[in-house]
Design a protein around this ligand. Structure first.
Ligand code: CUA
Length: 319
């Protein structure tokens, strides 16, 4: 029962023990080998302890005692630790190696508390989105990571190891997803009040779907038929949302907050904190700092609910 619940806890969209990428697999393999070794050694030590407790030492078995002390206390640990060290260091060059030249390149910046994601399609305009990454299955990808102010750590447990995002420096991570699916990433370094509300989704999809997605994301926002959308857009601009947010295809050109051009198509709101639905969007706009304490975005609770709703519906329609 306990065993079953422990094993089921190892699965899911954010588990290093359910790898969906080449690099994550090599880390998981290393984990299991070390766990097996640790269990084996633990059992051996317990057996020796029981043996020692039951045996009386006298002059006649001094040679055997010395053999156990020197062997078990020095020789065996030296051999085991040397082997572990070699085995543990061996995957590092592969894990740190950059993706082959010409691989998909994505720049991610850790912001307080969300992820700025920039794509550079080989035959198209670069574009930006937030808190979401899509990748083609089976293709290596090169991430370039940075942060404007505090240290974050970029971690998608199912796909690769983690690496810090350090102000004033650029760090790199490359990996190759091997299984289609949705995975969850998190910030793995305490970075401020809402560190725990700084997550993102990674969707690994078929290569042709990925090409279509790139084309779609690079496009400006589409005028849509949602009733009230025009009014929502008007309110969005009138209340100054455009000072921080970009919606490509409209006068909104702010760069402080997330690019909202296709925000309605994303898997979550507020960096993995809320479902991407109109109700949640309205709550986010009206009660920003309740949802994400100490966030930079001001709350718009002073707007009449009907206006908050119109802005939420407009943004939700930006697919
Ligand atoms: Cu960003 Cu913790």
């Amino acid at each position: 029962m306990i065993g079953a619940s422990i094993v089921s806890g190892c699965g899911g969209i954010q588990s290093t023990l359910d790898p969906a990428g080449r690099e994550a697999k090599s880390i998981a393999d290393l984990f299991w080998l070390m766990t097996a070794g640790a269990v084996f050694i633990w059992i051996a030590v317990i057996l020796l302890t029981v043996y020692a407790a039951r045996t009386r030492s006298d002059a006649s078995n001094q040679r055997r005692d010395r053999f156990l002390i020197v062997g078990g206390g020095a020789v065996v640990p030296t051999v085991v630790l040397t082997v572990l060290l070699i085995y543990g260091l061996a995957p590092i060059p592969t894990l740190l190696a950059p993706a082959p030249a010409g691989s998909l390149k994505i720049i991610v910046s850790g912001e307080q508390w969300w992820w700025r994601v920039r794509y550079f399609p080989p035959d198209g305009e670069p574009f930006e989105l937030a808190n979401e990454i899509r990748l083609p299955v089976g293709e290596p990808v090169q991430f370039q990571l940075d942060s404007p102010d505090v240290i974050h750590s970029f971690w998608i447990p199912s796909l690769a190891g983690k690496i810090d995002m350090i102000p004033g420096r650029v760090t790199y991570l490359s990996f190759q997803p091997t299984r289609i699916g949705i995975y969850r990433g998190a910030c793995a370094e305490y970075c401020g009040t809402s560190h725990a509300f700084m997550n993102f989704y990674v969707e690994v999809i078929k290569k042709e779907d990925f090409s279509n997605w790139l084309v779609q994301q690079a496009q400006p926002s589409q005028p849509h038929a949602e009733p009230g959308a025009a009014r929502g857009q008007e309110l969005f601009l009138a209340n100054g949302c455009n000072a921080c947010h970009t919606v490509r295809g409209t006068p909104a050109r702010g760069v402080i907050g997330p690019d909202l051009t296709h925000v309605g198509s994303r898997l979550s709101l507020a960096a993995g904190t809320m479902p991407n639905e109109t109700d949640a969007f309205q709550r986010w706009i009206a009660h920003t700092s309740e949802v994400k304490p100490a966030v930079n975005m001001p709350s718009f609770h002073m707007l009449p609910p009907e206006e908050q709703r119109a802005i939420a519906a407009y943004l939700e329609g930006l697919k």
